[in-house]
Write a protein that binds this ligand. Structure first.
Ligand SMILES: [Zn+2]
Length: 304
């Protein structure tokens, strides 16, 4: 288990410091630590976030060496095609991708729109594997990016990982042209996926957005919230796990039980029943149909 420092923070959106706890969950993906991180809801504006959380310097162990790999493989071509469907018509648009990895999405985009002028930023990527893509290894803000430089900015599965989304929204408002679009994908905290099924990737997901909190971010930072698409194709946003964890709670299953895969016979039966109900209830994409999927693609338009 890893040693890390925790920091208590106020709400990134409204500054309020009081909150109510939603649930606690450890790193169930890599089990870097058994510490169950509190996921809280701001008493001021309702924003859901991790508090306390590992401070910025303590995040590295939660991103193992292979975490950023395999984002650019062949299987991602379908995902890139899907991502393209959420973008406005571009022709000779200037496009920025935040968290661009090795630039494969931007290369895909240029393949479809050869006249687009593309830039990628990524602090964790060592470089770009393609010509004709301007790459800057940086977090935001980035002084190299000019005021009102871009027509379209994208960020796929990035905003929920930040320690201060407000800093990114401020910077994006600066570098996006009036009328320009910021298109990004984030999980939805107001879904079964986010609220009941324990699917948020703690502690890497530090902010858990919702249509309501995104509307408030848009209002505060000079955007119009023009689109929220409840999508299940980029990432599966179904609430699988809701009944598994419900049955687990009824039979006192702990996170440590999950880590050690050590359950008594009653717990095993209960978890099996929960899993069976999950696979029946969530076999259809009904949450997407009613607009409550755990995965959203959002469009902000920069106000004039
Ligand atoms: Zn707040």
């Amino acid at each position: 288990m890893t040693v890390f420092s925790l920091e208590h923070v106020g709400c990134d959106l409204c500054g309020e410091t009081s909150y109510r706890e939603r649930y606690r969950k450890p790193d169930t993906r890599f089990w870097v630590s058994l510490y169950a991180f509190p996921v809280v809801e701001c008493n001021g504006c309702g924003l859901v976030y991790l508090n306390p959380r590992p401070d910025q310097n303590s995040m590295a162990p939660f991103y193992p060496a292979n975490y950023h790999k395999n984002r650019d493989g062949e299987k991602f071509k379908r995902r890139y095609d899907l991502q393209m469907t959420f973008l406005p018509k571009m022709a000779d648009a200037k496009v920025l991708d935040i968290g661009c990895a090795r630039g494969d999405f931007l290369a895909h985009l240029r393949g479809k729109v050869p006249t687009a002028v593309v830039t990628g930023v990524d602090y964790f990527s060592q470089g770009i594997g393609h010509d004709n893509i301007r790459f800057i290894r940086t977090l935001l803000p980035c002084p190299e990016l000019k005021d009102r430089e871009f027509d379209v900015i994208t960020a796929w599965a990035v905003m929920e990982h930040l320690h201060a989304p407000s800093v990114y929204f401020t910077e994006i408002a600066r570098i996006l042209k009036p009328g320009g679009k910021f298109v990004f994908q984030v999980p939805n905290s107001q879904s079964l996926w986010g609220a009941c099924a324990f699917r948020e990737d703690t502690p890497r997901h530090t902010y858990h957005f919702s249509p309501a909190s995104l509307q408030k971010y848009a209002d505060k930072f000079g955007f119009k919230l023009t689109k929220v698409v409840h999508d299940d194709e980029l990432f599966d946003g179904r609430g699988k796990g809701t009944f598994l964890h419900l049955m687990g709670r009824l039979t006192c299953v702990t996170w440590e039980n999950h880590f050690k895969k050590n359950f008594n016979p009653l717990q095993k039966l209960a978890l099996w029943i929960g899993k069976t109900i999950d696979s029946t209830v969530f076999s259809f994409h009904w949450e997407k149909a009613i607009g409550r999927s755990g995965n959203m693609v959002v469009e902000f338009e920069r106000k004039a």
